[in-house]
Design a protein around this ligand. Sequence first.
Ligand code: TRP
Length: 337
Amino acid sequence: MTKTRVLTGITTTGTPHLGNYVGAIKPAIEASQDESVQSFYFLADLHALIKCQDPRRVQQSRLEIAATWLALGLDTDNAIFYRQSDIPEIPELTWLLSCVCAKGLMNRAHAYKAAVAENEEAGNQDPDRGITMGLFSYPVLMAADILMFNANRVPVGRDQIQHIEMARDIAGRFNHLYHGEHFTLPEAVVDEKVEVLNGLDGRKMSKSYNNTIPLFVSEKKLLKLVRKIKTNSLEPGEPKDPDSCTLFQIYAAFASAEETEVMRQEYEDGIGWGEAKNRVFEYLNAHLREPRERYQALMEDPGHIESVLKKGADRARAEAAPVMDRLREAAGLGRFV
Ligand code: TRP
């Protein structure tokens, strides 16, 4: 039986936070336990260079993200877990795809259009000011990530759907030009059930808003951050609305359905904000304590992480190298004998 291939990448520019956990890491780790799928999860560190040219931050983020996924229980015998930059076939495929990808298609990419619009609003003479080729052709690299492994399903956030459509478009064009079913057409999977967590200020939890709660901060820091979550001026004893409350939302994302119902009742009964925050902190802390310890041990043993990723890269390259041989041949770059 051939297994469905599920693939997704994590751009390595930040420190994983509760929103990443609930929205991406937890569902991915769960999905990887399904016997009927082969999952490919990778650190999109070549993509990181588009957004971040601070080498220390890129390096640190790669380590933190790898340690986070391992600490949270990713089974790397099951899932193929690797660094994009360890797979030289990916940039090679990126070039083959660039040569069949219409420039006009890239002109329509959201990230590029947003950057141009920003320049226009700022009254810049050159609409492409400050825009690199990396940003412009970002979707081609992403297409190579996906097509390299003939992924069937690509779990992503809404903002990435366009990129998957572009990957399909480029794949179709390559298949057509070079007469063959070289690539599987991938499908974006956007899980409607997966929650988008809000951050300290009530907006979506995101590094760019600087409102995150990192997953593995110390106990003390976690308490401090939970206390910072924005609430309102209702007094203890006054009933509170759980559904518009970031604190409640964060609790519900971790707690069981029954525990959430109990908390809902407490809101209606007028629990004070101080107490609610203490309760949410206690709950989070109890659940994060063990993975936090594993995380710290992993961060102190980069050699172990390196060897896990090396094993992943070997498995990934065992897939990628023969595919790349066939693609080279299809494009007229095969061996002479
Ligand atoms: N662009 C994705 C993001 O920012 C990360 C990514 C890179 C990715 N390559 C990928 C996701 C391939 C899915 C498949 O979230």
